[in-house]
Design a protein around this ligand. Structure first.
Ligand code: P5A
Length: 450
């Protein structure tokens, strides 16, 4: 993409309404624009990152054997009356009447609708296990929408639902989700710690939240510092293996890590004092096992091997896809702007032309642009007729992990400069070497954007 032809409405000043750094930087970097309280337009660069995050979620869900699908955002109230949640949800639910005076609503989650689809089609234990998921807009009329996309009213969520014959099978689905989430967040450059949590209006006994540590987090968290030494890495997992999934779950949840809702001071005090940590965290996902809560209420049964009709065991699993943009920025920025992890960056690198209009500089930039594009990468070429200082400030603000700086002086010596956004370190090298280095850096981060 050439910056002169892109739509990147960066702001020079800090917007007064933004209280936290991720909200400030998303507005300043021209990623989002508020349309009304807690509801945002996703401008091209914000949309690009949203799609990359979404695609990582899709890849990891499918790797775990879960099936993508899509349900509508507008649902009939009748299903929610069956489960009893039409009244329970209260003012958080956006209620709508259609022209026939039917009660409709904008989906805050989709346990009812998926259970309705299931009961209409699945009759036998032979069709289990089954896990389907969608990535779809949700609406919750939060009392205090704030912090930009972190607590929106309209937000983008991956919501998945498992159907199993027995509690043991459903717990395997739970473990499988926990494992796949660890991998998902790591690919985004995040450390998300699974913590025992409270189930709230979704219901059920077993639930973990995934929290990213950040000073601006809404939840207070208590944990053993040994949990932050854990990484998923590149281990191979057989998601059908009950033992393997249970083993990873055990490894990642055996150390104390809880949100304030389930914090147990006595247990916490058993951890050696130098390892006790109290911090704040951002919830980027939650998984639930709720047994037969919805299948009992809505009559979702299957025939078991002995011919009995039994209710299915269910769970649901959410990832806050739009919230993740805020969480990633909270975890990765400096005074000059965003620092995108390579897995989610909107463009793989920036190309800064120090002297637009200089024949040698223009030709070298065009050549770098062509070679990187031909290699399947997306560079952002700042080809505007602007001062170098302004170009650097824009690149720092939007946070691309790598920048290639091209100027007539360097070119005389046959070099360009490659700079890491994270370390700030620069290296001079031949243009072809800069291309080769960028290609090799992204070998393990090939997620499509838009
Ligand atoms: C699990 C999937 C559920 O709704 N039903 C289907 C279950 N879980 S949840 O914890 O309530 O939400 C899942 C994740 O969505 C994000 N989230 C939000 N993101 C932005 N703005 C909001 N107002 C908002 N509410 C929830 C969180 O990341 C949460 O973990």
């Amino acid at each position: 993409m050439r910056l002169s032809r892109y739509f990147l409405p960066v702001l020079k000043e800090n917007p007064a309404e933004a209280q936290i750094v991720s909200h400030r930087l998303m507005l300043r970097a021209g990623m989002i624009k508020q349309s009304s309280a807690g509801i945002y337009s996703w401008l091209p660069m914000g949309f690009k990152v949203l799609r990359k995050i979404e695609n990582i979620v899709h890849e990891e869900q499918m790797r775990a054997g879960h099936i993508p699908m899509q349900m509508p955002t507008i649902q009939s109230a009748d299903l929610w009356r069956e489960s009893g949640r039409y009244d329970d949800y209260g003012q958080e639910m956006l209620r709508i009447k259609d022209r026939h005076d039917h009660d409709m609503l904008f989906t805050p989650t989709a346990e009812e609708l998926i259970t309705d689809i299931f009961r209409g089609h699945v009759k036998s234990y032979k069709d289990l296990p089954l896990t389907m998921y969608q990535i779809q807009w949700k609406f919750r009329d939060e009392r205090r929408p704030r912090f930009g996309v972190m607590r929106g009213r309209e937000f983008y969520m991956k919501d998945g639902y498992n159907f199993d014959l027995t509690k043991e099978d459903a717990l395997h689905a739970y473990n499988r989700h926990l494992v796949s989430y660890l991998r998902t967040y790591e690919r985004m450059g995040l450390q998300a710690i699974p913590m025992r949590a409270d189930s709230g209006p979704i219901g059920g006994d077993d639930t973990h939240e995934f929290l990213v540590l950040a000073e601006t987090g809404e939840s207070e968290v208590f944990y053993d510092s040994a949990v932050t030494d854990l990484t998923f890495g590149d281990r191979e997992i057989d998601y059908d293996s009950v033992e393997q999934c249970a083993g990873v779950l055990e490894e990642f949840t055996s150390k104390y890590a809880r949100t304030d809702e389930t914090h147990d001071e006595a247990l916490f005090n058993e951890i050696p004092e130098d390892r006790r940590r109290v911090a704040r965290g951002i919830e980027v996902g939650q998984i639930f096992y709720f047994g037969t809560k919805y299948s009992d209420a809505m009559g979702a049964t299957v025939q078991d091997s002995e011919g009995n009709q039994v209710p299915v065991h269910m769970g649901s699993h959410g990832i806050g896809v739009s919230r993740l943009l805020g969480a990633i920025i909270e975890a990765s920025h400096d005074d000059n702007g965003i620092i995108w992890p390579e897995g989610v960056t909107p463009f793989h690198c920036g190309i800064v032309n120090l002297k637009q209009g200089d024949d040698a500089a223009d030709a070298a930039c065009e050549d770098l642009y062509k070679q990187l594009t031909n290699a399947g990468l997306e560079p952002l070429y700042d080809d505007r007729n602007e001062r170098a200082g302004g170009k650097f400030a824009t690149m720092d603000l939007i946070g691309l992990p790598w920048r290639i700086t091209v100027g007539p002086r360097g070119l005389k010596n046959g070099v360009v400069e490659l700079t890491s956004r994270k370390s700030g370190e620069s290296e001079e090298m031949a243009p072809a070497d800069a291309v080769a280095k960028i290609i090799s850096i992204y070998e393990n981060h090939r997620v499509r954007g838009l």
